[in-house]
Design a binder for this molecule. Structure first.
Ligand code: NAD
Ligand code: TYD
Length: 352
C-alpha cells in the first residue's frame, strides 16, 4: 500500500498519471494542485467518488500545508508534476517560474526530508516498511538544444536556454543536492514533449487542432523546422510508473518517444486529418532563444527497467486528434474559461 502525493495532478500529465494509477493500483492518491489556469479538475471528475482519491487545492510553496498533508495522509511517495510549464509564458513572466518550479520543489524536498527523517548517515531513509521515494518530473529541455545529430543521454551536461528550462534545471539540482546531502531517496525523470488527451491548448498540438477546427490561423514560429521528440502521455505515465516501482534510488531516467518531428510536419498532419486548407498556416516571429532540436536516448530506462514506448507517432497523433474532436465540449470549456468554475461549484461549497 502506498500513500502517494501527486502534485499538479489537475494538469495535463498529472491527470493522465492519476488515471493510470487508479486504473491499475489501489494506492491512495492525494492530488495537491493550486488550480492555476492550467489545472482542470474536470479532467478527474470520474474519480471524485473513489475512496482512495483525495483532492486538495493548495500551493506547493506552502510549507505548513505540505507538512499537514504528510501528517494527515502518511505520505510515503511524492511525485512532483506541479509546475509552470509553458516556455512562452516564462519569457513574458519568469518570476512565477522561479517561485513554483524552484522554491516549490525545495519546499516539497524539505518536508519529505524532515517527515521521513532522512539524515546524512543513512544509506537512504526508511520510515515505512515499503520505503519512501521522491520523484521529480523534469524535462529534456534542461539539456538545452541539439544540432542536427546526437541525442540527450542522462550524462549530457545541463544547459538550459529558457527561463522555464532554467527553473526546471535548478529544481533538478536541488533534488540531486537533497540526495547527496541528506540521502533523500529520489529519482529524476526527464521526458520529451508529451501529447495526448487533456493537454491545455496553449501547447503546439492541441492549439493547432483547436485553431484548425475553428478555421483560425496556425502560427508557426520561425521556419517551423524545429524538432521535438514526441512522447504519448500514456507512455510517459507508464515510464514514471516503472521508475516508481523499479528505478534505482538516486538515478536519473530519460523518457522519450523515439519520434522526432519538425513542427511544420505536425501541423500539416493535423490540417490533412481535419480536412482543412494549408492557407491557415502563418509564419510568425520566432520565439527568443528557441531551441532547435530535442531528441532523447532511451537506452537506460529501456535496458534497466524494461520500459519502452508503445505508441507510434502515426497512431498517437490520429488518436489524439480524434480525442479532441470527440471532446469538443472539454475544449470549448477550456477555451472559454468555464472549466475554472468547476472547483467552486463542486468543492468549495462542501468545505464551508
Ligand atoms: P500543466 O501546465 O498542464 O500542469 C501543471 C499543473 O500544476 C496544473 O494543474 C497547475 O494548476 C499546477 N500548479 C501550478 N503551480 C502550482 C503550485 N504552486 N502548487 C500546486 N500546483 C500547481 O503541465 P504538464 O504539461 O502536465 O507538465 C507536468 C510536469 O511535467 C511539469 O513539471 C513539466 O515541467 C513537466 N514536463 C512537461 C512536458 C510536456 O510536454 N507537457 C514535457 C516535459 C516535462
Ligand atoms: P510547445 O508546445 O510550447 O512546447 P516546448 O516549447 O516546450 O517544446 O512548443 C512546441 C514547438 O512548437 C516549439 O518548437 C515551439 C513551436 N510552436 C509554434 O511554432 N507555434 C505555436 O503556436 C506554439 C505554441 C509552439
Amino acid at each position: 500500500m502506498k500513500n502517494i502525493l501527486v502534485t499538479g495532478g489537475a494538469g495535463f500529465i498529472g491527470s493522465n498519471f492519476i488515471r493510470h494509477m487508479l486504473s491499475i493500483y489501489d494506492y491512495n492518491i492525494i492530488n495537491l494542485d493550486l488550480l492555476t489556469y492550467a489545472g482542470n479538475l474536470e479532467n478527474l471528475m470520474k474519480f471524485e467518488n473513489y475512496n482512495n482519491y483525495f483532492f486538495i487545492k493548495g500551493d506547493i510553496t506552502n510549507k505548513m500545508l505540505i507538512e499537514d498533508i504528510f501528517d494527515k495522509y502518511f505520505i510515503d511517495t511524492v511525485i512532483n508534476f506541479a509546475a509552470e510549464s509553458h516556455v512562452d509564458r516564462s519569457i513574458s513572466n519568469p518570476e512565477i517560474f522561479l517561485k513554483t518550479n524552484v522554491l516549490g520543489t525545495q519546499v516539497l524536498l524539505d518536508v519529505a526530508k524532515n517527515k521521513w527523517k532522512c539524515n546524512p548517515d543513512d544509506k537512504y531513509c526508511f520510515k515505512f516498511m515499503d520505503g519512501v521515494r521522491f520523484i521529480q518530473v523534469s524535462t529534456d529541455e534542461v539539456y538545452g538544444t541539439l544540432g542536427e545529430k546526437g541525442l540527450f543521454t542522462e550524462e549530457t551536461p545541463i544547459s538550459p536556454n529558457s527561463p522555464y528550462s532554467a527553473s526546471k534545471a535548478s529544481a533538478d539540482m536541488f533534488v540531486r543536492a537533497y540526495y547527496e546531502t541528506f540521502k533523500l531517496p529520489i529519482n529524476i525523470t526527464r521526458c520529451s514533449n508529451n501529447y495526448g488527451p487533456y493537454q491545455f491548448p496553449e501547447k503546439l498540438i492541441p492549439l493547432m487542432i483547436n485553431n484548425c477546427e475553428n478555421n483560425k490561423l496556425l502560427p508557426i514560429y520561425g521556419d517551423g523546422m524545429q524538432i521535438r521528440d514526441w512522447l504519448h502521455v500514456k507512455d510517459h505515465c507508464r515510464g514514471i510508473d516503472s521508475v516508481l516501482h523499479k528505478g534505482e534510488i538516486g538515478e536519473i531516467y530519460n523518457i522519450g518517444g523515439n519520434n522526432e518531428k519538425a513542427n511544420i510536419d505536425i501541423v500539416k498532419i493535423i490540417i490533412k486529418k481535419l480536412n482543412k486548407n494549408k492557407d491557415l498556416i502563418t509564419y510568425v516571429n520566432d520565439r527568443p532563444g528557441h531551441d532547435r532540436r530535442y531528441a532523447i536516448d532511451n537506452t537506460k530506462i529501456t535496458k534497466e527497467l524494461g520500459w519502452k514506448p508503445l505508441y507510434t507517432f502515426e497512431d498517437g497523433i490520429y488518436e489524439t486528434i480524434d480525442w479532441y474532436m470527440n471532446n469538443k465540449k472539454w475544449l470549448e470549456r477550456v477555451v472559454s474559461g468555464d472549466y475554472l468554475k468547476y472547483y467552486s461549484s463542486m468543492y468549495a461549497l462542501s468545505y464551508r
